[in-house]
Design a protein around this ligand. Structure first.
Ligand code: ZN
Length: 111
């Protein structure tokens, strides 16, 4: 294959240059683009991975905060039954919906 190309290039150098140009466009000239796209594709993926990790971290922190808030409310309300606590919160007009599952999941050491 290589030798035939070499032979052709000596006989029809213009054609071969054309062929080489095309092949260059297809492969080598395309490579920077591929790398650029690769980088671009890589970067958002990298960022999105970080973003997702950040989201997971945020969610975890929010979960801990809500859990803490729920147990704090439980103590503040005199260690009521979890459902009673929810009713208390609702009766007081306190925002409790985001805490509902945490309130229901409270397991208090003192109770
Ligand atoms: Zn309790």
């Amino acid at each position: 294959m290589a030798s035939s190309v070499m032979t052709l290039s000596t006989e029809n150098s213009e054609d071969i240059e054309c062929f080489i140009d095309i092949s260059t466009c297809d492969s080598f000239a395309g490579l920077p683009n591929i790398f650029d796209y690769g980088d671009e594709a890589h970067m958002p993926e990298f960022l999105s991975t970080e973003h997702v990790e950040g989201r997971v971290q945020q969610r975890f922190e929010l979960m801990c905060r809500n859990r803490k808030e729920a147990i704090t409310l439980h103590r503040a309300h005199g260690h009521p039954n979890n459902r009673t606590l929810l009713l208390n919160l609702e009766a007081k007009g306190l925002p409790y919906r985001h805490l509902k599952r945490y309130v229901l999941a409270i397991s208090c050491d003192a109770c």
